[in-house]
Design a protein around this ligand. Sequence first.
Ligand code: SF4
Length: 449
Amino acid sequence: MALTGIEIFKLLPKTNCGECGVPTCLAFAMSLAAGKAELSACPYISDEAREKLDEASAPPIRPVVIGSGDRKLKVGGETVLFRHEKRFENPPGLAVHISDTMTEADVDGRLDRCQNLQYERVGLTLRPEMIALECKSGDAAKFEALVKKVIESSDCNIILMSQDTAVLKAALGICGERKPLLYAATKDNADDMAALAKESSCPLAARADGLDALAELTEKLTQAGVKDIVIDSGARTLRRMFEDQIMIRRAALNAKFRPLGFPTIVFANEMSDDPMQEAMVAATFIAKYGGIIVLSDFQGESLFPLLVLRMNVYTDPQRPLATTEGIYEIGGPDENSPVVLTSNFSLTYFIVSGEIENSRIPCYLMVKNTEGLSVMTAWAAGKFGSDTIGPFIKKSGITDKIKHRKLIIPGYIAAESGGLEEELPDWEIMVGPREGAHVPAFLKSWKVS
Ligand code: SF4
């Protein structure tokens, strides 16, 4: 935010009507300055003031949307240097690189992995969302055939890569509706690329060697009317790209330097030939501050950790990661299977459910909403006691699924067993282990009667 609360206040109507949800214009100005209110909440701002405030309240790094439909990807829009200051907003897109000089088998393999490697975690589906298509052959017809094949077999967002505007224009004829990212404008083709981006309403990547040249290029593109820009500083070593990412983020946030206030693209695939090193490079730029990260291929052993890392870095640090309350059936349980209780802190859920799977004993896992707190913390906070567990068990519907009435509670809340026997008089309360690692051994001794 370039304007202070007082500067914003001077542009507001000062009628204190309260329609924006706070009692005074000054309070609204302060909320706006802190990023806690939307300008649209005040219906009485003049057009002139709105224009100034829109500009001032725009995020220091412009949000850019790539793609269309349900799977479109928003990158950029970041407002902080460090996650703990507030949160990171828009997770970077992960792209697989495919070129028109690859064999058909290589292309098919990458497409298949891109489409099918996806994972369920904390109730979310984690999967990559982009394909970077490069015209290496220089043959527009060959590239068009590749683009056609890709859009017919994948719903991923597309990056079209060529320095030749004619090649990109031909490819846009096939996939223009997908609103791909055009890569890349350089100082030599900036005018033609800007015209193509405006004509097709597609976002445009800008590539230059070094940050000064990059800022010059984005200013030129902005003046030509291109707003949605993704920037590439040209670095192809981990060290230089790392430095560039930090310089770009600092320039945009601390110095409000608009020419570098755009999301970035990082080509991890060009920084190493070793797949695991490449994954390490990608991990580095998930944390610092890639907007799009291009990989040479997706493999489960590296993609899954990258997706989980991305999810963890881009969650709100002020809100614990929580699993939805309910009954989770693990391993196909039946009416005689054990019923295990735990909290809905995601890490707890994953450890306990993982250990139940390891035990190979089918179970009902009862996950109670503890507002994302772990067992001990929730118990200490009064959110995981017999007075709340009892009603949860009664309302859960678990009694429709089982014949027995035995409930295994976490060892850390053993003190609640007496209270639970009063809350659930038909049930036998069994105190389970304190640590998840001991769950399999405990379950092996399970007997219905
Ligand atoms: Fe002021 Fe507008 Fe809020 Fe009314 S709605 S109090 S005019 S900021």
